[in-house]
Design a binder for this molecule. Structure first.
Ligand code: IMP
Ligand code: MG
Length: 186
């Protein structure tokens, strides 16, 4: 069967059912916190696409959907990690209640950079909903308002794929979240 080989490499961490349950809970929490607001949902391409599609269907508020593209290039040497980030959005954010939907908050470098940029556009409020939080890997002090899953030690070093998450553009379409052995890139 095509694709079965790919799935053999992946150990399931969160099943479709577990993800669906957490996404529904998050939808309820977002809805309670932002009731009465009209949301500007900004999804971070491409890792949050699948998560965003499921999450917004659990948020029965008025909302608009947009995508932000952030490309980060990592160069890891023994002593430092260099991240170069390219960011693009033409979405008017001034005065809006922005909900940023992110895939993984790892070092936090990408998210803190983005938050800085979005703040410059003077939104009325800015909240972050992440699929996965890896607080152990944090290099910048930034916290999502909500996260579906938090990965603590000793799992923190495992590389996650599926449900939108990729390794070198692979595995995004898996319906569950799994792990693959840590490779030399993130
Ligand atoms: P940060 O700037 O270190 O927080 O990087 C976050 C980004 O790194 C995420 O948006 C992902 O694209 C990527 N990333 C970090 N950890 C993983 C992982 O375990 N699987 C897939 N992508 C990851
Ligand atoms: Mg990625």
């Amino acid at each position: 069967m095509p694709g079965s080989e790919m799935r053999d490499e992946v150990a399931v961490l969160y099943t479709e059912a577990e993800i669906a349950r957490r996404v529904a809970e998050l939808g309820d929490e977002v809805c309670r916190a932002l009731a009465g607001r009209e949301l500007c949902v900004l999804g971070l391409m491409k890792g949050s696409l699948v998560f965003m599609a499921d999450l917004v269907r659990r948020i029965p508020l008025e909302l608009t959907l947009d995508l932000v593209r952030v490309t980060s290039h990592r160069e890891q040497t023994a002593s430092r990690v260099m991240t170069e980030i390219v960011y693009a959005t033409a979405v008017p954010l001034e005065g809006r209640d922005v909900l940023l939907v992110d895939d993984i908050v790892d070092t936090g470098i990408t998210l803190s950079y983005l938050l800085g940029h979005i703040h410059e556009h003077s939104p009325r409020s800015l909240h972050v909903c992440a699929l996965v939080d890896k607080p152990q890997a944090r290099k910048v002090d930034v916290h999502p308002d909500w996260s579906a899953f938090t990965i603590e030690e000793p799992e923190a070093d495992r590389f996650l794929v599926g449900y939108g998450l990729d390794w070198m553009e692979r595995f995004r379409a898996l319906p569950y979240i799994g792990t693959i052995p840590r490779r030399d890139t993130r």
